[in-house]
Design a protein around this ligand. Structure first.
Ligand SMILES: Cc1cc2nc3c(=O)[nH]c(=O)nc-3n(C[C@H](O)[C@H](O)[C@H](O)COP(=O)(O)O)c2cc1C
Length: 347
């Protein structure tokens, strides 16, 4: 088994095990994907699977500047352009559904407070149209509001398919809304949405169930970052053993793990509870990717920054060619520079 062996993943036949990791690029003003976004993804269509940048399933989840959404007609039309451009090049594409919860600011929400499990402000700052500002102080969601918010994941999944996208990835990683529900330091609720691990996982599993009811489990993936501390999340490995076992019951397209925790073997913990299709990500090069696929630890490997800077990454990995240097200054926001102008190998 190698990085270049084909694999059936849910409803899709993928030509390789190489996945483009989800990356927010803040280049969709007005929240609808545009022609430049379509060009960027089409350039990377040689990935076995593209997972798009985080995309909010609801207006209340707009946490960063110029991130796309998937809740209105203009956004569906924009995603249609992206899906068509990627499919025209033979690619496959899942959209990542990311509700940012408390990692937001009223400036993005027409003046409203961000929503979160509990009214606990995230430390640090967020980049707004007026420069850096502290994260907004969130308001705790009322229990009665939560089912409707969960339902937005089902609606977005349905809209994704209407746009021609191949499926959705529910973003449960990196301390956004589902991750905020999972983490006891951020979720201090004492109703059915907080406290026990079953209660803390209810939002994420509800979002996953809404998506799979809408489009089928074979077109739904989930991303988790067990033990991650990004966005001030402090959680226990035991939470993820439970979540992985629950997800395994659902026969999803895949589980996607972002794993960069020194001293904590996240991948082994997850593999013990999840025997189905598993994507691993975080700091991979070709040698490590081949080793983890050969050992059966992972079924696919996602590459983030290497894909951002190398539209033809699979070809470069196949040839052992040198990689372009990523330009960090153009990661978040801007136009074509640092987005669609990275060179491919000479023919
Ligand atoms: C510019 C940038 C934007 C990112 N945006 C997202 C995102 O929207 N959703 C997500 O789950 N991860 C996001 N990530 C994390 C990447 O998916 C990936 O986990 C990380 O880059 C590590 O993989 P790598 O070492 O192959 O780059 C982002 C990373 C970068 C560099």
């Amino acid at each position: 088994m190698s990085l270049f062996s084909p694999l059936r993943v849910g409803a899709l036949n993928l030509p390789s095990r190489i996945v483009m990791a989800p990356m927010t690029r803040n280049r969709s003003p007005g929240q609808a994907p545009n022609a430049l976004n379509a060009e960027y993804y089409a350039q990377r269509a040689s990935a076995g699977l593209i997972v798009t940048e985080g995309t909010t399933p609801d207006a209340s989840g707009r946490g960063y500047i110029d991130i796309p959404g998937l809740y209105d007609a203009a956004q569906v039309e924009g995603w249609c352009q992206v899906a068509d451009a990627v499919h025209a090049k033979g690619g496959h594409i899942f959209v990542q559904l990311m509700h940012t919860g408390r990692i937001s600011h009223p400036d993005f929400l027409d003046g409203a407070a961000p929503v979160a499990p509990s009214a606990i402000q995230a430390p640090g700052q967020i980049y707004t149209h007026e420069g850096m500002k502290p994260h907004g102080t969130p308001r705790a969601l009322a229990a009665a509001e939560i089912p409707a918010l969960i339902a937005t994941y089902g609606r977005a999944a349905k809209l994704a398919r209407e746009a021609g996208l191949d499926g959705v990835e529910v973003h449960g990683a990196n301390g956004y809304l589902p991750g905020q529900f999972l983490a006891p330091n951020v979720n201090q609720r004492n109703d059915e949405w907080g406290g026990s691990v079953e209660n803390r996982a209810r939002f994420l599993l509800g979002a996953v169930d809404a998506a799979l009811a809408a489009i089928g489990a074979d077109r739904v993936g989930v991303r988790l970052s067990p033990g991650g501390v990004f966005n001030d999340i402090h959680d226990a490995p035991a939470t993820y053993a439970y979540v992985a076992a629950e997800l395994a019951k659902r026969r999803l397209a895949y589980l996607h793990i972002f794993d960069t925790k020194p001293g904590f073997d996240v991948a082994a913990l997850i593999r013990a509870h999840y025997k189905d299709t598993l994507i691993l990500n975080g700091g991979y090069d070709r040698a490590r990717a081949e080793a983890d696929i050969a050992s059966g630890l992972a079924d696919l490997i996602a590459f983030g920054v290497p894909f951002l800077a190398n539209p033809d990454l699979p070809e470069r990995l196949a040839q052992g060619a040198a990689l372009n240097t990523p330009d960090q200054a153009t990661f978040y926001g801007g136009g074509a520079k640092g987005y669609t102008d990275y060179p491919v190998l000479a023919a």
